[in-house]
Ligand binder design. Structure first.
Ligand SMILES: Nc1ncnc2c1ncn2[C@@H]1O[C@H](COP(=O)(O)OP(=O)(O)OP(=O)(O)O)[C@@H](O)[C@H]1O
Ligand SMILES: [Mg+2]
Length: 325
């Protein structure tokens, strides 16, 4: 149980936070680069690194001033992510740990998303099944104890968040696609198009989202269609398959607790269906901690520190870091 400064810089958000006991956020700042990358239609790695460098000092200074507490350890995202972007936060965190003579805790980005759920009102209890739904990951993970992960299912191609982003681009909706599609879908008919639910059979493990994106493209090429109907039908299919595969995995494992995290966990339809269609206790992060932030990194680091899982000054970022444990 401690007070941790968490730094997230794996992609296009500089997230800095101070969290007490892995649950209570004392200060939280996020500088988003979305407007800068928007004009390029995606994140430009070199620009991302430069922007992190520009803002990191001020943001760290701001949270330290705001929380006004003694820090016990410094944590940063080790990977996966963009190397240049990771290096900014990781090196900054190591330098602080060295100067303050405090432990340095490297954190896997997806473990961070998973621990964002501990920032909610009620903390999940182990064991649980975790559904990770983000821009780069769609996974079902069995978690029997803190930092013990068994990846049971993953996507064969696109991640669910990525498919929202790609379909939004087809529909000429602004980046990031998730919130734009959700907004457009509110005015459309989710049954206007019967888009495929890939991998729905019980004997198929994993997810696949590239066929859904292609089905949307073909529907749009076939003739005039209402963009709101396309958005609503796409969203219905994308969320439906998450519910189908999660339900199957819950039945297979017998687990009674479900943790859902990552940017797509902000989706209103997903939240509604998780509550209505699954017969287990569901834990979700507060909305503001669904997308990348420093608080989730600090929350994961609190538990890592308690389990003696700390880094050293020779730890390095790893863009292809695997979730192990
Ligand atoms: N309301 C929403 N509905 C659906 N998707 C959403 C919503 N809000 C955000 N997203 C999606 O969440 C993704 C961003 O989430 P997140 O920050 O977790 O991803 P990432 O950090 O880019 O990827 P990863 O965590 O896998 O490295 C984007 O793909 C975005 O479109
Ligand atoms: Mg993320």
């Amino acid at each position: 149980m401690s007070i941790i400064l968490g730094i997230e810089s794996s992609c296009d958000e500089t997230g800095i936070a101070i969290v007490k006991d892995g649950r209570q956020v004392l200060a939280n700042e996020v500088a988003s680069q979305i407007d800068i990358h928007k004009v390029f239609g995606g994140v430009v790695p070199e620009i991302a690194s430069r922007e992190h460098t520009k803002v990191i000092y001020q943001l760290v200074d701001k949270v330290i001033t705001e929380a006004d507490v003694e820090i016990d350890a410094i944590a940063a995202t080790q990977g996966p992510g963009l190397m240049g972007a990771l290096l900014v936060g990781f090196s900054f965190a190591k330098a602080l740990a060295y100067a303050w003579k405090k432990p340095f805790v490297p954190v896997h980005h997806i473990e961070g998303h998973l621990f964002s759920v501990f920032l909610g009102e009620e903390a999940p209890t182990f064991p649980f099944l975790a559904l990770i739904v983000s821009g780069g990951h769609t996974q079902l993970i069995r978690c029997d104890a803190p930092h013990h992960y068994d990846i049971l299912a993953t996507t064969r191609d696109d991640a669910v968040g990525e498919s929202f982003d790609k379909v939004a681009r087809l529909l000429d909706l602004p980046y990031p696609g998730g919130p734009s599609i959700q907004k457009a879908a509110a005015e459309g008919n989710p049954e206007a198009f019967d888009f495929p639910r890939a991998m729905r059979a019980k004997n198929k493990t994993g997810f696949s989202y590239s066929g859904l994106k292609t089905a949307v493209l073909y529907a749009m090429q076939e003739g005039e269609c209402n963009p709101a109907d396309v958005a609503a039908s796409f969203q219905a299919a994308a969320i439906d398959i998450l519910i189908i595969k999660t339900r199957q995995m819950l039945a297979q494992t017998g687990l009674k607790h479900l943790v859902v995290a990552g940017g797509v966990a902000a989706n209103a339809l997903l939240r509604e269906r998780l509550q209505n269609d699954l017969d287990v206790k569901v834990y979700l992060p507060p909305f503001k901690y669904c997308i990348d932030n420093g608080a989730m990194i600090a929350a994961a680091a609190d538990s890592r520190l308690a389990h003696g899982l700390v880094g050293t000054m020779s730890s390095t970022p790893n863009p292809g870091l695997k979730l192990e444990g």
